[in-house]
Write a protein that binds this ligand. Structure first.
Ligand SMILES: Cc1cc2nc3c(=O)[nH]c(=O)nc-3n(C[C@H](O)[C@H](O)[C@H](O)COP(=O)(O)OP(=O)(O)OC[C@H]3O[C@@H](n4cnc5c(N)ncnc54)[C@H](O)[C@@H]3O)c2cc1C
Length: 347
């Protein structure tokens, strides 16, 4: 250990992964400073009800769960601060600079900066997020039992989400802006079976332009555009809108499945390995359950690594693992430093 660092541990992110790591690290006397980023509390603050987090038979509000965790982390001595990490510099100690100009050093760093779901940027979307519009079918599908649902997207995630939603929905519609799906054949085949069974209806070459409804009553309907050659919105924008057909679709829920962007810009100039999409590669590759990156003292946890499961409980689990791995790491470098001092004293 350098003995010069400002903190033993800095954690980027107050989502469930970062807060779990902070609770474990604080209890292990590793003095964590945890930085909120642009979205204090992370993705769970965007949802009203979490029904699948163990220990809450009646469910719990996302913000309430996060506030409880913040309180728990503070109880054990974690410090939570507003701040967005701008750069990280490998070394002993690790350098961390924030967008507000502050810089500090740490013996260890956990990247728990999550992933942001991509959105469509259409009217109604922001207003109804959490009130019928969702980016997580596994999380919110059950709230719309027996209603018609619209999934937007054409990749594996969209197919997987649509397939999952058939458990609850009356009809699942999939709107995709092109004729062909990007999803793997396996998923397309499964969806085509559901189409044959009447559970799924495909809306190809179709895009949503507005989501109508209110927070009090949820979604009323969605405005759609369709062009026989695909990309109808681009056609409209480029003045080729003659063949664009407009329609309205009555649905109770809209699931956006157009991908996530991991929040890893601040690691781009470091040797921390990122995959093509920007997810952090830990030991065993991205999507694996490990927290050690290839760079000494830098660990990662939650959705910023795990593009596959992306659940509160799995992110919390990784946060726990990261804190335990950090503890082991700090202990090993302390022992190493003590060994060097003993050897020097014996010279
Ligand atoms: C609408 C919705 C509903 C959901 N419902 C459920 C559910 O019911 N059950 C379930 O299991 N899962 C649910 N999920 C998924 C769950 O929220 C995520 O899997 C989980 O939040 C991931 O936690 P995380 O800590 O890894 O990342 P996040 O929650 O994404 O948190 C990331 C944190 O990092 C911070 N950050 C980002 N960049 C920086 C930076 N440069 N510097 C410092 N900090 C930074 C952000 O501000 C944020 O605090 C839902 C997701 C959404 C969007």
């Amino acid at each position: 250990m350098s003995g010069e660092a400002d903190r033993r541990l800095v954690i980027a992110g107050t989502g469930i992964a970062g807060l779990t790591a902070a609770i474990y690290a604080a209890r292990a006397n590793n003095d964590p400073l945890i930085l909120e980023g642009d979205e204090p509390g992370g993705q769970l603050t965007l949802t009203t009800d979490v029904e699948n987090y163990p220990g809450f038979p009646e469910g719990i509000g996302g913000p309430e769960l996060i506030n409880n965790m913040k309180e728990q982390a503070r109880t054990f001595g974690a410090e939570i601060e507003n701040g967005v990490v701008e750069t990280v510099e490998e070394g002993d100690p690790i350098g961390v600079t924030l967008t507000n100009g502050r810089s500090l050093t740490a013996d260890a760093f956990i990247a728990a900066s999550g992933a942001s779901a991509r959105t469509l940027d259409i009217p109604g979307e922001d207003d109804l997020m959490g009130y019928g519009v969702s980016t997580c079918a596994t999380c919110d599908g059950a709230f719309f039992r027996d209603e018609d649902m619209l999934v937007i997207g054409g990749g594996d995630a969209a197919m997987e989400e649509a397939n999952f939603l058939t458990k609850f929905a009356d009809t699942v519609y999939i709107a995709h802006r092109r004729e062909d799906f990007r999803a793997e054949e396996y998923w397309v085949d499964r969806i085509m079976e559901k189409v044959d069974e009447g559970e799924v209806e495909l809306l190809k070459n179709t895009e949503a332009t507005e989501i109508h409804g209110s927070q009090a009553d949820g979604i009323d309907h969605v405005s759609l555009v369709r062009h026989p050659d695909g990309h109808p919105k681009a056609k409209l924008e480029s003045g080729q809108g003659d063949a664009v057909e407009r329609s309205d679709l009555d649905v109770g829920a809209v699931f956006l499945a157009i991908g996530h962007t991991p929040n890893t810009e601040y690691l781009e100039d470091t040797p921390v390995e990122l995959d093509e999409a920007g997810y952090i590669q830990t030991e065993g590759g991205s999507g694996g359950g490990q927290t050690k990156t290839g760079v000494e003292g830098i660990f990662a946890a939650g959705d910023v690594v795990d593009y596959h499961y992306q659940q509160a409980v799995t992110a919390a689990g990784m946060g726990c693992k990261a804190a335990l791995d950090v503890d082991e790491y700090l202990e090993s470098i302390e022992q190493e430093a003590a060994g060097i001092e003993t050897a020097q004293a014996g010279d």
